[in-house]
Design a protein around this ligand. Structure first.
Ligand SMILES: CCCCCCCCCCC/C=C/C(=O)SCCNC(=O)CCNC(=O)[C@H](O)C(C)(C)COP(=O)(O)OP(=O)(O)OC[C@H]1O[C@@H](n2cnc3c(N)ncnc32)[C@H](O)[C@@H]1OP(=O)(O)O
Ligand SMILES: NC(=O)C1=CN([C@@H]2O[C@H](COP(=O)(O)OP(=O)(O)OC[C@H]3O[C@@H](n4cnc5c(N)ncnc54)[C@H](OP(=O)(O)O)[C@@H]3O)[C@@H](O)[C@H]2O)C=CC1
Length: 263
C-alpha cells in the first residue's frame, strides 16, 4: 500500500535521525522512510533494542545504523552530533520521537516526578533540536525537524506533566520555525492520537477501548499512519510547510476533556 502512496526512491540520498527509533512509532517511521531510500539513524537508551531494530531493517534492505543516547543528557547529545558529523557528514532530518510519561492524578505528582517528564519531553527535544540546527548551520546545510507530541487540545487529564511539556514543544515548534526559516530549516510537529504500540502497555486497556470508541474514527491508530504523515512532511510535498502541528488522531482533538482518561 505504501508503495502506491509514495514514489519509490522518494528519499534516496537523504538521512534521518529518529529518537526512540528502535520501537513503536519510531521504528515504523524508520521502516517507511528507509523503504523510501533514506539512511536511518536510530537513537534511544537501550543498545540491545536498537541493535535488534537495525538487524530487522537490514533484512528489509534498509540502510540503518544506531547510537545509544539518553536525550536527557546534554553531553551525550553533543557527542551524538559529533559522531553523526564525523561518520556521515551530518544528516538531513531529525525526528524527535522519544518521549513518554507515567499516568497519575496531578495531586499525586511530586516536583521531581513533574521534572522528570518535562526533562524528557521538553528539555530533551530542545537539546536535540538545538544541536541538530547548530550542526546544519555550521555545515551550511538545510534540514527539517519533526516533533512527535500528543493530542492535548482539551487538557490531558492524568498526564498534566506530559500535557504541559508537549504544549511547550508545540510552541517551540512555532518559534524555531520562525527563527530557523532563514537557515532553510523547517520545523513541524505531529500529534498522534491513541496508536497501537508496545508503549501503550502501561495504560488500562478498558480505558483505551472506551476512549477509542468515542472517536469520530472509532478505532485505534496504527504506527504506520504516523509514519506516512512524517514521510509527507519530509518529502518535497512538505517544502512550504513550517510551524504547524499535524493531528493524526482519528479526530481525538475534537473531543472534550471529559472523554479522556483520568490516570
Ligand atoms: C479519547 C481517547 C482517549 C483514550 C485514552 C487512551 C489513553 C492512552 C493515551 C496514551 C497516549 C500516550 C502514549 C505514550 O506516550 S506511549 C509512550 C510510552 N512510554 C512511556 O510513556 C514510558 C515513559 N516513561 C518513562 O520513561 C519514565 O516513567 C519517565 C521518564 C517519565 C520518568 O523516568 P525516571 O527514571 O526519571 O523516573 P523515576 O523512576 O526516577 O521517577 C522520577 C519521579 O517520578 C515519580 N513517579 C514515577 N512514576 C510515578 C507514578 N506512576 N505516579 C506518581 N509518581 C511517579 C517518582 O516517584 C519520582 O519522584 P520522587 O523522586 O519525588 O519520588
Ligand atoms: N502510542 C501512542 O498512543 C502515543 C504515543 N505518543 C508519543 O509517541 C512517541 C513514541 O511512542 P511509542 O512508540 O508509542 O512508545 P515507545 O515506548 O515504543 O517509544 C518511546 C521511545 O522513546 C525512547 N526513549 C525514552 N526515553 C528516552 C531517553 N531519555 N533518551 C532516548 N530515548 C528515549 C524509548 O527507548 P529506550 O527506553 O530504549 O530509551 C522508546 O524507544 C512518544 O514520544 C510517545 O509519548 C504520543 C501520543 C500517543
Amino acid at each position: 500500500m505504501k508503495q502506491e502512496i509514495f514514489a519509490p526512491g522518494l528519499l534516496t540520498g537523504k538521512s534521518v535521525l529518529i529518537t526512540g527509533g528502535g520501537t513503536g512509532i519510531g521504528l515504523a517511521m524508520a521502516q517507511l522512510l528507509g523503504e523510501l531510500g533514506a539512511h536511518v539513524i536510530l537513537v534511544a537508551r537501550t543498545a540491545e533494542t536498537l541493535e535488534e531494530a537495525v538487524t530487522k531493517l537490514h533484512t528489509e534492505h534498509i540502510s540503518a545504523d544506531c547510537i545509544p543516547v539518553n536525550i536527557r543528557e546534554e553531553q551525550e547529545v553533543t557527542e551524538l552530533f559529533d559522531t553523526v558529523s564525523a561518520k556521515w557528514g551530518g544528516c538531513d532530518f531529525l525526528i524527535n520521537n522519544a518521549g513518554g510519561q507515567f499516568t497519575a492524578q496531578a495531586l499525586n505528582i511530586s516536583a521531581n516526578g513533574f521534572r522528570s517528564v518535562v526533562d524528557l519531553n521538553l528539555q530533551g527535544t530542545w537539546q536535540m533540536s538545538s544541536a541538530f540546527a547548530r550542526m546544519l548551520i555550521e555545515k551550511g546545510r538545510v534540514g527539517r525537524i519533526i516533533n512527535i507530541v500528543l493530542c492535548l487540545q482539551s487538557g490531558v487529564p492524568g498526564m498534566v506533566h506530559a500535557g504541559a511539556a508537549r504544549a511547550g514543544v508545540m510552541n517551540m515548534t512555532k518559534t524555531l520555525a520562525y527563527e530557523w526559516g532563514e537557515h532553510g530549516i523547517l520545523v513541524n510537529a505531529i500529534a498522534p492520537g491513541t496508536i497501537a504500540t508496545s508503549g501503550l502497555k502501561q495504560y488500562n486497556t478498558d480505558q483505551i477501548q472506551k476512549g477509542v470508541s468515542r472517536l469520530p474514527v472509532s478505532r485505534i491508530g496504527r504506527a504506520d499512519e504516523i509514519a506516512m504523515a512524517a514521510a509527507y512532511l519530509l518529502s518535497p510535498a512538505g517544502s512550504y510547510i513550517t510551524g504547524t502541528t499535524l493531528e493524526v488522531d482519528g479526530g481525538e482533538h475534537l473531543l472534550g476533556a471529559s472523554d479522556q482518561i483520568k490516570g
